[in-house]
Write a protein that binds this ligand. Structure first.
Ligand SMILES: *Cc1c(COP(=O)(O)O)cnc(C)c1O
Length: 396
């Protein structure tokens, strides 16, 4: 008899976005004449950069010729893209990487889950609260989530996670700039985690999905800008939020040669893992990603990011001016808003929906420490965002 992985029964119900959608639907049914402005969007809305469309078309046409066919590509991604990443993303930061320290993939959510294959099931796993839910789910599926230790984050520390005292963590998930809180770590804050990882032989899984949204030039863009990080950190990046690739699917992981545990190179282990369980990202998609490293590609990518960040600034400044306590929105498209009078996240969600016809995402859906907060995003249109903020400022 086939028995199933009982860990699936331990997964939290994936109810957050379903519940949000259901409450909006009920409201729309009751008040069909009111259009709900959705500021809970967690996906890009701007068109794909034209350089990517051109690269996709050219690559597709090429593979339609006998001379240009592409079958299975390298497990770790084509050299042309890994070279572009090393030269375009890291060399300007003063971070010297080799192309074979880069693993191109179909995105960073899968990479961060796949990376768990490298580790024994009995590690103590540090996960921040609030958090992007995928890290928790991946650990629960892998081993029931037995090793998870939450790292509580709150307003007192500006929602920046602090290394814990007590029993050391073995694997630590960090995300900066952060989803859902929108805050980004300083060099000093990140260096404290690198020091912690070195002292405890821990490994940091660093989610840099929003790196391209950093506007404050003094902030670190890569964990490898911190001395000593390459012995303790794996960095994950994605073209999803940076360049509108949420539907195309492409990202990469950096596993430095210097990262070794138990006498083994994690780079070699991940290469072996990929060759066993993955056959590489599509050629045409990797060509589209490569196009982003041209001057036109850079400019087009930046234009979309600027549009989202202008919306985030509209939300942040509008609400701050009205007396709200807000986090984020400067180096990430997310604004993390303290509910007025610290009311419950869902109660404020309902109040906002019913009074202003504006929808956000209840902070408690990202973890217990998100209670009393709401996440708003800059992924809407400029007009909608301005209208929503005006309503919040005048009607709530
Ligand atoms: C959107 C997002 C990602 C991106 O995942 P992809 O699989 O590359 O689309 C990763 N981490 C966080 C925190 C995100 O919000």
């Amino acid at each position: 008899m086939a028995t199933i992985n009982a860990n699936f029964q331990k997964l939290a119900q994936n109810y957050l976005f379903a519940e949000v959608a259901q409450r909006i639907a009920a409201y729309t049914q009751a008040y069909p004449q009111r259009r709900v402005i959705r500021l809970g969007i967690g996906d890009v809305t701007q068109a794909l950069p034209p350089v990517c469309v051109a690269a996709l078309q050219a690559a597709a046409a090429q593979t339609g010729t006998q001379a240009g066919i592409r079958g299975y590509g390298p497990y770790e991604g084509y050299e042309f893209l890994r070279e572009a990443i090393v030269q375009g993303d890291y060399a300007p930061l003063g971070v010297a990487l080799l192309p074979d320290e880069i693993f191109v993939s179909d995105g960073c959510k899968s990479d961060m889950s796949n990376m768990l294959d490298l580790f024994a099931p009995d590690n103590r796993i540090g996960i921040t609260d609030p958090v992007y839910p995928a890290y928790v789910d991946a650990n629960v599926i892998q081993n029931g989530g037995l090793g998870i230790q939450y790292i509580p984050c709150g307003a007192a520390d500006g929602f920046i996670p602090q290394p814990p005292t007590g029993q050391p963590l073995d694997i630590i998930y960090l995300c900066s700039p952060n989803n859902p809180t929108g805050v980004a770590m300083t060099t000093q804050q990140l260096a404290a985690w690198v020091r912690y990882a070195r002292e405890n032989d821990a490994v940091i899984l660093y989610d840099g999905a929003y790196e391209s949204y950093i506007t404050q030039s003094e902030l670190p863009r890569s964990i490898y800008q911190i001395p000593g990080a390459r012995e303790v950190a794996i960095e994950f990046r994605s073209y999803s939020k940076a360049a509108g690739f949420t539907g195309l699917r492409c990202g990469y992981s950096v596993v430095p040669h210097a990262l070794r545990r138990g006498g083994a190179s994690l780079n070699r282990l991940f290469m072996r893992r990929q060759s066993a369980r993955y056959n590489g990202a599509p050629y045409i998609v990797q060509r589209a990603a490569q196009a982003l490293y041209t001057p036109d590609g850079r400019a087009q990518m930046q234009a979309s990011i600027n549009a989202y960040m202008a919306n985030a600034a509209t939300i942040r400044e509008g609400l701050r001016g009205a007396g709200y306590t807000v986090f984020g929105g400067v180096n990430a498209p997310y604004v993390w808003l303290q509910t007025p009078g610290n009311i419950d996240s869902w109660a404020f969600f309902d109040q906002l929906l019913h009074t202003c016809a504006v929808a956000g995402t209840p902070g408690v859906g990202f973890g217990a420490c998100g209670q009393g907060y709401l996440r708003l995003t800059g992924f809407g249109t400029a007009e909608d965002t301005q209208r929503a903020v005006r309503r919040m400022v005048t009607q709530l």
